[in-house]
Design a protein around this ligand. Structure first.
Ligand code: WQD
Length: 340
């Protein structure tokens, strides 16, 4: 087994796909997850895909004493990928305190443990929501933050500022924030995918659950945006492409290829698609139709955003390879399996 990597939130959507790619790459993986938005069954599915079962600990990262005990026991961790956080834009507008407490306390606890256990490599799950509604598009890593449009986005801005300041104060750290655009789709095995607990906040699981008959109808939030068809534009990226970017980043940190203490990268495809274009792509790639109604804008939403991917392409040597139709067909295959 290769070097040991801790993946927090590793039974979650992006976390589980990243665990698969890390094990494929030869890393040994240990997961911490509180299972607040995922199922322990995911461990069986990961094992079915890669042939080994990652070590798993169930607890909340906000419990600092428990986290410290974990690091005393798991003393050979070489790097951390920190996914564990609350991540629904719409929900964060309704429950801001939950988002500030969970997302910031968990990072602070993790960094305290990194300091006391001499772990210097961290990949942080950030988000394009740190940009707010950018004035210029596509948005690059040099685009300054604007006031976040949601508490969720604000927690990601605050966490990135924590990473920047800690790296400036401690030369031994190599910290990298990966700013995801909109992760969608599922592993080609159909064994792991997006499985939100309760009513989905995100577009694609709501589409697949509507088509599966679990939801009456999809609501399209907003048809009066300044976009070609009036619906909001996002840069959707296949979760497998996203997972592979994490493996490249971990290798880069462990091999000390990152010069600066703190770096950050946009992880998108560089293509912006509207909600209606996503629906059309879903129908084209699956052959099934999506029932939807038009509704008002959702509080906290921005109008349009898509990535300038040049920095990640050039410096990480990573580029998204999978297109919108593969994102939609893999999401539908996964949904059908979870019904069976
Ligand atoms: C996309 C579009 C909605 C649901 C997500 C993650 C966030 C971050 C960025 C990683 C919007 C519309 C949605 C529905 C709809 N990613 N929509 N009907 O808000 O861009 O944020 O990506 O960190 O964590 O949440 O994604 O899928 O919620 O919305 O019309 O039922 O789809 O208004 O325009 P969002 P989303």
């Amino acid at each position: 087994m290769g070097e040991k990597i801790l993946v927090t939130g590793g039974t979650g959507y992006i976390g589980s796909h990243t665990v698969v790619e890390l094990i494929n790459e030869g890393f040994e993986v240990v997961i911490i997850d509180d299972l607040s938005n995922s199922s322990v069954d995911i461990l069986d599915h990961i094992e079915k895909i890669v042939g080994t079962r990652p070590q798993f600990y169930q607890f909340d990262l906000c419990d600092q004493a428990r986290l410290n005990d974990f690091f005393k026991k798991e003393s050979d961790i070489k790097g951390i990928i920190h996914f564990a956080a609350s991540k629904a834009v719409g929900e964060s507008v309704i429950k801001p305190l939950l988002y500030y407490r969970n997302n910031i306390t968990s990072l602070l606890n993790l960094m305290d443990c990194m300091q006391s256990h001499q772990i210097n490599n961290l990949v942080f799950s950030s988000s394009c929501t740190v940009y707010g509604q950018p004035d210029e598009l596509p948005v690059s890593e040099r685009t300054p933050f604007k006031p976040a449009q949601s508490p969720y986005g604000n927690t990601k801005q605050i966490c990135e500022e924590i990473l920047r300041d800690v790296a400036q104060a401690n030369q031994q750290y190599r910290l990298t924030a990966l700013r995801y655009f909109n992760p969608v789709g599922a592993h080609p095995s159909g064994l792991i995918g997006e499985l939100p607990t309760g009513t989905p906040n995100n577009l694609v699981p709501f589409i697949t659950q509507t088509v599966a008959g679990l939801r009456d109808s999809l609501k399209v939030f907003g048809t009066d945006y300044d976009t070609p068809d009036g619906t909001a534009v996002r840069d959707y990226i296949h979760v497998v492409d996203l997972a592979k970017a994490h493996v490249i980043t971990v290798n880069r940190l462990l091999n000390k290829k990152q010069n600066q203490g703190y770096e950050f990268f946009n992880l998108g495809t560089g293509n912006g698609y509207s909600v209606k274009q996503v629906i059309d792509a879903f129908e084209k790639s699956t052959g099934v139709s999506v029932k939807y109604t038009l509704a008002d804008r959702r509080p906290g939403d921005i109008e349009r955003i898509y990535a300038n991917t040049k920095f990640a392409n050039d410096v990480l040597g990573w580029k998204a390879e999978l297109g919108l139709e593969e994102m939609m067909s893999s999401a539908w295959e996964w949904q059908k399996r979870t019904l069976s």
